[in-house]
Design a protein. Structure first.
Length: 256
């Protein structure tokens, strides 16, 4: 039966590029769920743990990419300004670059008509409380781009809130990938946030504490296990990709 499922996957993949892509994607999802997922992970608890592992890894990679993009944009923009030898143009650039970045980000935000404004943490809290939906990947992509533009342009913005919202937007696709009920989304949102914070700041313990205090309010052994596992996976990926970095660096003064 597994061999049949792989053959079916190949046949349907051709349809995606040739004819009726929506119907083909729906059939692919059905084959994945019935022929592969439910055979490999028949128990819901097993699928939930697998989803936690995947979400921790994906959020860790996204958070590392986000952190790296912010660092790259900021360093390159201000390196260009530092190369300007004219004091007048250099001073003008310090004023105009943040203003231009804010104008570009605002224009993208207004024209996209997506709810990508705000810190990010209140939006995730509202989703956990059932007051608003958790928005999908489009909002995450727009949030990612806007933050890179703003921080690269010199805006005084942090990456904690956007990291939480971007990673939280990855929870619904993972939920659907592992055929979990919508009620599990409340368990995966703090997991995504913890993984993102752990990778962005290289602070897995603080990430677990943040998710418990700011998002969950209370904890159970099962939820705590998911937070710790996801944060550990994200921190390991950050260590492998970036070599690890400390959140605060102490500068030596006078030989100390």
């Amino acid at each position: 039966m597994i061999r049949f499922s792989f053959d079916r996957f190949r046949q349907l993949a051709r349809w995606v590029f040739l004819n009726q892509p929506r119907q083909s994607l729906a059939e692919l999802a059905t084959v994945w769920k019935v022929q592969v997922l439910l055979r490999l992970f028949p128990r819901e608890s097993t699928r939930a743990f697998a989803a936690t592992l995947v979400l921790g890894a994906v959020c860790g990679l996204v958070a590392v990419a986000f952190h790296g993009s912010l660092e790259w944009a900021s360093s390159h923009v201000w390196a260009l300004l530092a190369d300007i030898r004219s004091p007048l143009f250099g001073a003008a650039g310090i004023v105009l670059v943040p203003a231009l970045a804010a104008w570009i980000a605002g224009t993208i935000l207004v024209r996209s008509k997506l709810p990508a404004a705000g810190s990010g943490i209140p939006q995730v809290k509202a989703a956990l409380a059932g007051l608003s939906p958790i928005y999908g990947l489009k909002v995450a992509v727009v949030k990612f781009v806007l933050c890179v533009i703003q921080v690269g342009g010199g805006a005084s913005l942090g990456r904690e809130g956007p990291t939480v919202q971007i990673c939280a937007a990855l929870a619904p696709p993972v939920l659907k990938l592992f055929a979990l009920p919508k009620s599990f989304l409340r368990r995966l949102l703090p997991v995504a946030a913890a993984a993102g914070i752990a990778a962005a700041f290289n602070t897995p313990i603080a990430a677990v504490t943040f998710a418990m205090e700011e998002l969950m309010g209370s904890s159970t052994p099962t939820a705590m296990t998911g937070l710790v596992v996801a944060a550990a996976i994200a921190a390991i990926l950050e260590k492998l990709l970036l070599g690890g970095h400390v959140l605060f660096q102490a500068l030596g003064i006078g030989g100390f």
